[in-house]
Ligand binder design. Structure first.
Ligand SMILES: [Zn+2]
Length: 263
C-alpha cells in the first residue's frame, strides 16, 4: 500500500488507547503525535515490537494479557508507557542516576539469565565505551530465548562494514566543564594523556545526555552478533493502525534474541 506524505490516517495509540487523526508527515520518529499521551512513533514502535515478539501480534498495552510470569526491564524508558506496562507484566524501569539503578556496563551477577525482555531505546549512544560491553551484558541478563528491544539513531541503512563513529574512543576519567557558556569534555586517558573536546552533541538539551557515538546499521548488527544475540529483526515496516510509520530506513527500532538453548 502506498501513501502520499499528506495522506491523513486515523490511528489508535497503542500506549493510551486514544484515537487520533494525523497526516503521515506528522508521524516522525521523535515528535509527539498522540494528542493524549504525547507518544512519538518511536515510543509506540517499542510497544509494537515488545508485543509482537512476546505475543506474536501487535497489541495495545491495554490488550496485553495479564502476564506476571514475564519478567523484563527498561533502561530509562519513557514513563508514559513504563507505568502502563508494569500493570500487565513483571516490568521494572531502571535508571543510571537513580533507583532502581542499572549500569549496563557493570551488571549484578545475580541478575544474569533472569529476564525475558530488555528494552533500551535511545540509550546505547550515551553509554561509555566500549559499547560492546553493554551489548554483551544485555545478552547475559536475558534468559534463553529472551528478547532485546532496541533503538538508537543510526546511519547507513543497508550499508556494509561502516563502523560506529566513536566520539571519545579513549574515554577513561572525564568530566564535562562549562567554559564561557560552552560545554567541553576533559578526558584523562588510561595512559594519562589529557584531551579536550569542544564539539559536543547533547540529546535533550545542552548539558543533558551526551552523545558518545553514532552507530551505523551494520555496526549495530555486528555488535549484537558478537554479543551472542541472533534473529535480528529491523522493524522498518509501518503499523498504521497504531500510528507507526517509517518513511526512511535509518534509526528504525529492532529486536534480537538469545538462542533458546544458549546460556
Ligand atoms: Zn497515546
Amino acid at each position: 500500500m502506498r501513501h502520499t506524505p499528506d495522506a491523513s490516517i486515523v490511528f489508535q495509540c497503542n500506549i493510551c488507547d486514544r484515537e487520533n487523526q494525523a497526516d503521515l508527515h506528522q508521524l516522525t520518529r521523535d515528535d509527539p503525535s498522540c494528542s493524549k499521551c504525547g507518544s512519538s512513533v518511536r515510543l509506540r514502535s517499542i510497544v509494537q515490537i515488545l508485543t509482537t515478539e512476546l505475543f506474536g501480534c501487535s497489541l495495545r498495552i491495554s490488550e496485553i494479557p495479564r502476564s506476571p510470569e514475564l519478567v523484563g526491564i527498561g533502561m530509562s524508558c519513557w514513563e508514559g508507557y513504563a507505568d502502563r506496562l508494569a500493570r500487565h507484566m513483571h516490568y521494572r524501569n531502571t535508571f543510571y542516576h537513580q533507583e532502581p539503578r542499572l549500569d549496563i556496563t557493570r551488571i549484578d551477577p545475580a541478575m544474569k539469565g533472569s529476564l525475558d525482555f530488555v528494552i533500551a531505546t535511545d540509550v546505547f549512544e550515551h553509554v561509555g565505551p566500549p559499547v560492546s560491553t553493554a551489548f554483551e551484558n544485555t545478552r547475559k541478563l536475558l534468559k534463553p530465548d529472551g528478547v532485546f528491544i532496541f533503538s538508537v539513531p543510526f546511519t547507513h541503512p543497508g550499508g556494509e562494514r561502516q563502523p560506529t563513529l566513536e566520539h571519545f574512543p579513549e574515554l577513561h576519567d572525564y568530566e564535562i566543564e562549562e567554559v564561557d557558556g560552552r560545554f567541553r569534555l576533559k578526558n584523562t586517558t588510561h595512559a594519562g594523556a589529557v584531551q579536550y573536546f569542544d564539539d559536543l552533541v547533547f540529546h535533550g538539551g545542552p548539558g543533558s545526555t551526551l552523545e558518545m557515538r553514532l552507530f551505523s546499521e551494520w555496526s549495530i548488527v555486528n555488535e549484537m552478533e558478537n554479543a551472542g544475540l541472533h534473529d535480528i529483526t529491523i522493524y522498518s515496516g509501518s503499523d498504521l493502525r497504531h500510528g507507526i510509520y517509517w518513511p526512511h530506513p535509518w534509526s528504525t527500532p529492532m529486536a534480537a534474541r538469545v538462542h533458546p538453548r544458549q546460556t
